[in-house]
Design a protein around this ligand. Structure first.
Ligand code: NDP
Length: 244
């Protein structure tokens, strides 16, 4: 039996790293793809330390050339890509009145356009093999909105709508497309939030704790598995109940 290949964007740290390690433990071969080659290598070493197969790629999802090259290299090396996890994402928060056009554009370009660029690269191979799993890491903010995050909310809401459109488009080819919408997860992205903001968010979480990257990774593992074959176009909330 061959190992399936999972390509994880933004896998150098945080949620992406946890997804890479969790899928590796579930016997996927992992492609760790982020802009920082050294950080990618550290994650690859962790994967190899638990006897998994890892390949690293220097990927910037804002660059169509970088995206094309990364997927071409993967297909040359591994011959297949079974799972794509669009996890690369950033925030550039600010009130809409004062938001710089560059901050709007960058967030949309990485979070939404970047995911679509990657999806376009995997569709031919997944459709040919009549098996594929695309998992988009959205956000509770894409479902509920959040003041000061118009750019981020638009990118993640767009990702959810794109997930549903694609699920309808390629379901007949055996490819499922789902989104995971995390709530408040402890990573570098949220570590920078002021303490009073963190406390306010936490007060809205019925499960009473901040989420861990592994909480999100477990949901991704399920959506990447054989067991999720009849689930597509779904948005799986991993948010401790903060938005229902
Ligand atoms: P981190 O900031 O910890 O990690 C972000 C990852 O994205 C890094 O690997 C980073 O690479 C990579 N990245 C950034 N820009 C690019 C780019 N242009 N091309 C490729 N990769 C890039 O974030 P989290 O782990 O917290 O978030 C991961 C995903 O989960 C994001 O999509 C985020 O929006 C989403 N999310 C996070 C939540 C949270 O509470 N943390 C809540 C809801 C959703 P590098 O290391 O080189 O910078």
């Amino acid at each position: 039996m061959f190992n399936r290949v999972a390509f994880v964007t933004g896998a150098s740290r945080g949620i992406g790293r946890a997804i890479a390690l969790t899928l590796c433990r579930a016997n996927f071969d992992i492609v760790v793809a982020s802009p920082e080659i050294e950080r990618n290598e550290q994650v690859a070493e962790e994967i190899r330390a638990c006897s998994g197969e890892a390949m690293t790629l220097n990927l910037d999802v804002t660059s169509p050339e970088s995206v094309k090259e990364a997927f071409a290299k993967t297909l040359k090396d591994k011959t297949r890509i079974d799972v794509l996890v669009n996890n690369a994402g950033i925030t550039r928060d600010g009130l809409a009145m004062r938001m710089k056009p560059a901050d709007w554009d960058l967030v949309l370009n990485i979070n939404l356009n970047g995911a679509f660029r990657c999806i376009q690269q995997v569709l031919p191979t997944m459709m040919r093999s009549r098996w594929g799993r695309i998992v988009n890491i959205a956000s509770v903010v894409g479902q509920a909105g959040a003041a000061g995050q118009a750019n981020y909310a638009a990118s993640k809401g767009g990702m959810i709508a794109m997930t549903k459109a694609l699920a309808q488009e390629i379901g007949s080819r055996g490819v499922t497309v789902n989104a995971v919408a995390p709530g408040y997860i402890e990573t570098d992205m949220t570590r920078v939030l002021p303490e009073e903001v963190k406390a306010k968010i936490l007060a809205q979480v019925p499960l009473g704790r901040i989420g861990q990257p592994e909480d999100v990774a477990s949901a991704v593992k399920f959506l990447a598995s054989e067991e999720s074959a009849y689930i597509t176009g779904h948005v799986l909330a991993v948010n401790g109940g903060m938005y229902m």
